[in-house]
Design a protein around this ligand. Structure first.
Ligand code: NAI
Length: 243
């Protein structure tokens, strides 16, 4: 994969960092984007030496900044082969108590952030007549979840966005797919209560929570030549929790 650059959002920790580690092993050059500068620098330092790495601190919800980051990454690497829209947040609450701010922030980051990066890379991938976009959705976007109406709606939106853009860009050999992870051990899930975790574990046929590398392996496949004829799909990766 030498000479191919992949831009990963939310790459400073968790699933995004695991994806960066895996893609560095596969030989991709990496454009790493996240909001938290210190952790992003630490993540880049931990990968240094393997492949070419550039970092950009950016709020994915800010369209103007995103356009600038994509232009800079395209310039730096001489093209962008892949985009992994991974940045995401939660702001849980039952619908009766959910504030408009918490609704809006989750939609802005998870859904509009994915739109912002997708729109920014689309013209250059179309010109290249090749490209891969992988969007990180969630099983919650398929099944819904009490207390996560904002998050579920954002992740369902990502799946619909994935299918629509796959139809628009397919003629230029740009594929667009989504991954719907189940419970993965990261900072995002660290705060869940012991009872919730025990209940979830019982519902997972493979009897363990996911690790970042479980999702990274699917990302690597979707970026690889083996996935050339696969677009508009949502790959559920959740230890069998939803079937
Ligand atoms: P995390 O909280 O550990 O990491 C989130 C990353 O996104 C960080 O790098 C953070 O800097 C970045 N980020 C957040 N808001 C941002 C913004 N506005 N602009 C730029 N970067 C921003 O989360 P985790 O668990 O690694 O999740 C990654 C993705 O996977 C998210 O989209 C999440 O919704 C999704 N996911 C996670 C699951 C889990 O069980 N951990 C399950 C299903 C989906």
């Amino acid at each position: 994969m030498a000479g191919k650059a992949v831009l990963i959002t939310g790459a400073s920790r968790g699933i995004g960092l695991a994806v960066a580690e895996r893609l560095a092993q596969d030989g991709y050059d990496l454009a790493l984007v996240a909001r938290d500068e210190a952790r992003l620098r630490a993540a880049a330092a931990s990968l240094a030496g393997k492949v070419r790495i550039e970092t950009w601190v950016c709020d994915v919800a800010d369209a103007a900044t995103v356009d600038g980051v994509v232009a800079a990454a395209n310039e730096a690497f001489g093209g962008i082969y892949g985009l992994v829209n991974n940045a995401g947040v939660t702001a849980d609450g039952l619908i009766l108590r959910m504030s408009v701010e918490n609704w809006r922030r989750v939609i802005d980051v998870n859904l509009t952030g994915t739109f912002n990066f997708t729109r920014a890379v689309a013209p250059l991938m179309m010109r290249q007549r090749q490209g891969r976009i992988v969007n990180i959705s969630s099983v919650i976007g398929l099944a819904g979840n009490a207390g996560q109406a904002n998050y579920a709606a954002s992740k369902a939106g990502v799946i619909a966005l994935t299918k629509s853009v796959a139809k628009e860009l397919g003629g230029r050999q740009v594929t667009v797919n989504a991954i719907a992870p189940g419970f993965v051990t990261t900072d995002m899930t660290a705060g869940l209560g012991d009872q919730t975790k025990a209940d979830m574990l019982r519902a997972i046929p493979l009897k363990r929570f996911g690790e970042g590398r479980d999702i990274a392996g699917v990302v690597a496949f979707l970026l690889s030549p083996d996935a050339a004829w696969l677009t508009g799909q949502t790959v559920v990766c959740d230890g069998g929790m939803t079937m």
